[in-house]
Design a protein around this ligand. Structure first.
Ligand SMILES: Cc1cc2nc3c(=O)[nH]c(=O)nc-3n(C[C@H](O)[C@H](O)[C@H](O)COP(=O)(O)OP(=O)(O)OC[C@H]3O[C@@H](n4cnc5c(N)ncnc54)[C@H](O)[C@@H]3O)c2cc1C
Length: 392
C-alpha cells in the first residue's frame, strides 16, 4: 500500500490546549506546522474540564495577540466561598485587585476558539488521525506516521515533534523508559466529579469530616460538583440521591437537587516526567506532568510549556540559535515543581481534614487556621480567588 509523504517544520500531536495554542503561535510567526488529533472535532470541542484561565494565561494570550480565544459563553458570577463543617468562612476578596485578570472561560470554549482561529488563519489541523506513531526522533529527520479519517496511511517528515497528546498519549511512550524519570505522588483519595443541570447554590468549597465537597458554576443552570471519595469507589456506588445528600451534609446548607448529566471518578495525583525532551521530541502539558484538579493549574502549566517551546522554535528557525530548545526542559521544570509544591499544599489542606481515611480533627483545625491566614494576605487572597473560580 502506498503512503502519502509530506514535510513540515513542527508536527504537533494532540489538539488540546497545548497543541492548538502552539499551532496558533507558530502560524502567527510564519512557522509551518501540522496538528494531528485522534478524536473528531465535535468530541474535542465538547470535552468539559477546566473552567477558568488564570492571570498568566490571560496575559500570555494577550501578549501574543490571541486574546480573542478567551471570548466565550458567559458563566454567571457566583459568590464563591469556603465552608468548614457547615459554617461559611468570611472572605475579604478585593474586587479592585487589578493584578487578578483570571477569567471564566470553560476549557471546551477555549479549545473551540483556538480551533476556529487556527483554521481561519490557514492552519493545517487533522482530526480523527488514527494509530499515530513517532519514529527516528533522535535522528536528523524525525517522522510521524498515522492513518487519516479515510484510512489512508500518511507520513509526515519534520524538524521537531511537539508531544501535546496528554497523559495517556503516544508521545511520552515513545521515549525509552531508561531515558525518563517519573516522579509521582498519589494523594490517597479521589474525587467523584459530577455535572448537574442545576444553578450553583451554594458555590465554593467545603471542608467537612465526611470529606471535601465543591460546587462551581459551568453555565446559568449547570454546575460542576465534586465529592472527595475513596480510591476504591466507583460511580455506581454513588446513586444520585447519595450525591445530593452528601453535598448538603458537607456544605451544611440546603441544596436544590436536579438532573445529573455525568458522573465519573477523577484520580488525585501529581506526576512529573524528567527530562521533557528526547532527541527532536518535546513533551508539553499533561504529556509531561499532571497536577491534581484541586490546584486548577493544569491549563497554566500547559500554556507555560507552550510559550517556552514556541519561543525556542522561533529562535531556532529564524536565527539558527538552538540554545532555547536545548534548555527547554531545564527552563520548564523549576516552574512545574513550584506549582507541584502549591498543588500538594492546597490539596492536603482541603482534604484529609476529618475524613475518616485522613488524620482527623487536628487537620481540620490546621486547615481553618491556614485558610484564615490566607485571607489576610493579598497575594494568597488572589491565588485563592483564582483557585475557587478555576477548579473543575
Ligand atoms: C476532570 C478534569 C478536570 C480538570 N480541571 C481543571 C481545572 O479546573 N483547571 C485546570 O487548569 N486544569 C484542569 N484540568 C487539567 C487540564 O484539563 C489539563 O491540564 C489540560 O487539558 C492539559 O492540556 P493538554 O493540551 O496538555 O492536554 P489535553 O487537553 O488532554 O489535550 C491532549 C489532546 O491530545 C489528544 N490525543 C491523545 N492521544 C492522542 C494520539 N495518540 N494521537 C493524537 N491525539 C491524541 C487528545 O484527544 C487531546 O485532544 C482538569 C482535567 C481533568 C481530566
Amino acid at each position: 500500500m502506498t503512503e502519502t509523504r509530506e514535510t513540515t517544520s513542527v508536527a504537533i500531536v494532540g489538539a488540546g490546549v497545548a497543541g492548538l495554542t502552539l499551532g496558533n503561535l507558530l502560524l502567527r510567526n510564519g512557522i509551518d506546522c501540522i496538528v494531528l488529533e485522534k478524536h473528531p472535532r465535535a468530541y474535542v470541542e465538547q470535552r468539559q474540564r477546566a473552567g477558568t484561565i488564570d492571570t498568566f494565561g490571560v496575559r500570555m494570550f494577550r501578549k501574543w495577540g490571541l486574546e480573542e480565544v478567551l471570548a466565550g459563553e458567559p458563566i454567571p458570577h457566583s459568590e464563591g466561598g469556603f465552608y468548614i463543617d457547615g459554617e461559611a468562612m468570611p472572605i475579604d476578596v478585593d474586587d479592585n485587585d487589578n493584578d487578578n485578570e483570571s477569567l471564566y472561560c470553560p476549557q471546551q470554549v477555549l479549545v473551540r476558539n483556538l480551533t476556529e482561529l487556527f483554521l481561519r488563519d490557514g492552519g493545517d489541523l487533522r482530526h480523527e488521525a488514527a494509530d499515530v506513531s513517532l519514529e527516528d526522533v533522535t535522528g536528523d529527520r524525525p517522522l510521524v506516521r498515522y492513518r487519516d479519517a479515510d484510512g489512508t496511511a500518511k507520513i509526515i517528515y519534520c524538524d521537531f515533534i511537539a508531544g501535546c497528546d496528554g497523559f495517556r498519549g503516544v508521545s511520552r511512550r515513545t521515549v525509552p523508559a531508561s531515558a525518563l524519570t517519573e516522579y509521582s505522588h498519589e494523594y490517597g483519595y479521589n474525587w467523584l466529579s459530577v455535572l448537574a443541570a442545576v444553578p450553583t447554590k451554594p458555590s465554593g468549597m467545603a471542608i467537612h469530616s465526611l470529606g471535601l465537597a465543591g460546587m462551581i458554576p459551568r453555565g446559568p443552570r449547570t454546575s460542576r460538583i465534586y465529592l472527595q471519595c475513596s480510591v476504591t469507589d466507583t460511580p455506581e456506588q454513588w446513586p444520585d440521591e447519595r450525591i445530593w445528600d452528601e453535598l448538603q451534609a458537607r456544605f451544611g446548607t440546603p441544596v436544590t437537587s436536579g438532573e445529573i448529566l455525568d458522573k465519573r471518578i477523577v484520580p488525585l495525583r501529581s506526576v512529573v516526567f524528567d527530562p521533557m525532551s528526547y532527541g527532536k521530541l518535546y513533551l508539553l502539558g499533561d504529556a509531561a506532568h499532571i497536577v491534581p484538579p484541586m490546584s486548577a493549574k493544569g491549563i497554566h502549566l500547559a500554556l507555560h510549556d507552550t510559550e517556552v517551546f514556541a519561543r525556542a522554535v522561533i529562535r531556532q528557525v529564524k536565527e539558527g540559535d538552538p540554545r532555547l530548545l536545548d534548555s527547554y526542559s531545564e527552563t520548564c521544570l523549576p516552574h512545574i515543581w513550584n506549582y507541584q509544591a502549591f498543588a500538594t499544599w492546597i490539596t492536603d489542606i482541603m482534604h484529609n481534614a476529618g475524613f475518616t481515611g485522613g488524620e482527623g480533627e487536628f487537620r481540620k483545625q490546621v486547615a481553618r487556621a491556614e485558610l484564615q491566614r490566607q485571607f489576610t494576605s493579598d497575594a494568597a487572597n488572589k491565588l485563592f480567588s483564582e483557585l475557587t473560580a478555576g477548579t473543575n
